[in-house]
Design a protein around this ligand. Structure first.
Ligand code: PMP
Length: 403
């Protein structure tokens, strides 16, 4: 065996989980109708999706994609930089810029690539990138492609952020990069305090609003809008793969920054543009999001109902304030057992273990959509209670709640 294959063969964790019948990843989904999917021929309720507004099966979104295929074909076969810019991409960029109240926007192939491209090209060798310790993997990987020095502060801890900022040289560019809504914990970034600190120490701010678009802010326009701080956030990053029911990513910012990125963001220049069907479906979802505020209202109604039910039932769900609800299990094996029990009993959730969260913080990520009914939510809550009795996690919390 080669040295490499010998090393790879030593990675046995996934095999062990498979042998125990608990492997939760790469599950085959036969049909996806938003809140209901088919797995192994059986109907399962989807509580693991990021389609917060439930638009992936909306007739207008599907029709837009179909029409775009008819008009433009299935792919662009090239990067935005060269042969891959369609009028659809420009229309979407103009609408995104207007919606996020920035000069301009730029579309990348995914949200992940947006962070790689933006973060790696904005700052230089003598500059600093400052991260919340719970920032998304794509933000961390963006810093790995950058020549700047990287500093982390404790999650949402403003004294920790200030302690870091106060040490940095005044002449360096300082770029603070944060999630708007944290992807696993579901809490919202403390943006007003970050803006204050950014002003005090002359720092720039990037907010990754992957999970905030369609969820908070005016008509779903994200974290900066939610706090009334749009002019104080320099870069708004987002994705089409969640509320916008498609695939692709974007950044909205000042014209000068967008022009620079168009010629320096390698993840943009050297990668193919999103296909016409993806651009068209994102455009349709963006339009629906703005014209149907009742979607966001329903999402919040479902979110508040579920958060308060889970708290009443004594589940440990941390300080979430969004449709992303972490149900802490704090044990990897039990997290997999719980996931398996739920899927076998008709409820799809995502297990999350280290390194996606700190070790010891393993959890079930339960997420809501506007299209869930109370009946579906109650069904899932019931299965969670049954699973807890069977698997025995979080017992102390349950006993405390019942007293
Ligand atoms: N940023 C955050 C905060 C995310 O949660 C994700 C995806 N989970 C991304 C970026 C990447 O987005 P995409 O799926 O479009 O690559």
């Amino acid at each position: 065996m080669s040295i490499l294959k010998d090393r790879l063969a030593k990675y046995t964790y996934a095999d062990e989980v498979k042998a125990a019948g608990l492997y939760p990843y790469f599950r085959e989904i036969g049909s996806n109708q938003d809140t209901e999917v088919i797995i192994n021929g059986k109907k399962v309720l989807m509580f693991g999706s990021n389609s917060y507004l439930g638009l992936t099966n909306h007739p207008k979104v599907k029709e837009a994609a179909q029409k775009a295929i008819e008009k433009y074909g299935t792919g662009c076969a090239g990067s935005r930089f060269l042969n891959g810019t369609l009028d659809l991409h420009i229309e979407l960029e103009n609408k995104l810029a207007k919606f996020f109240k920035k000069d301009a926007a730029l579309i990348f192939s995914t949200g992940f690539q947006t962070n790689l491209g933006v973060i790696s090209c904005m700052t230089g060798r003598n500059d600093y990138i400052i991260l919340d310790e719970f920032d998304h993997a794509s933000i961390i990987d963006g810093t790995r492609l950058s020549f700047s020095k990287v500093i982390k502060y404790r999650h949402n801890d403003m004294s920790s952020l200030e302690a870091q900022l106060s040490k940095l040289p005044p002449e360096a560019v300082k770029m603070i990069v944060v999630d708007g809504i944290f992807s696993m914990e579901g809490d919202i970034v403390k943006l007003p305090q970050i803006v204050e600190l950014a002003k005090k120490y002359s720092a720039e701010i990037i907010v990754d609003d992957a999970h905030a678009v369609g969820v908070i802010g005016e008509n779903g326009s994200g974290t900066a809008s939610h706090f009334g701080l749009t002019d104080d956030v320099d870069f708004i990053v987002g994705t089409f793969s969640k509320s916008l029911a498609s695939l692709g990513g974007f950044v909205a910012a000042d014209q000068v920054a967008i022009d620079y990125m168009k010629h320096h963001a390698r993840a943009l220049i050297f990668s193919a543009s999103i296909p016409p069907s993806s651009a068209a479906s994102a455009l349709a979802a963006l339009e629906l999001m703005q014209t149907h505020p009742e979607l966001m209202d329903k999402l919040w109604e479902n979110t508040n109902y579920t958060i308060s039910s889970l708290r009443t039932l004594g589940f440990e769900i941390g300080p979430t304030e969004s449709p992303i609800i972490p149900i802490y299990v704090r044990d990897n094996e039990k997290t997999f057992q719980l996931t398996q029990y739920l899927v076998e009993n008709g409820v799809f959730v995502n297990p999350v273990i280290s390194p996606a969260v700190k070790s010891g913080d393993s959890l079930i990520r339960f997420s809501l959509m506007a299209s869930h009914s109370h009946e579906q939510i109650d069904f899932a809550l019931d299965k969670l209670v049954q699973a807890r009795k069977k698997i025995g996690f979080g017992q102390e919390v349950e006993i405390l709640a019942e007293k």
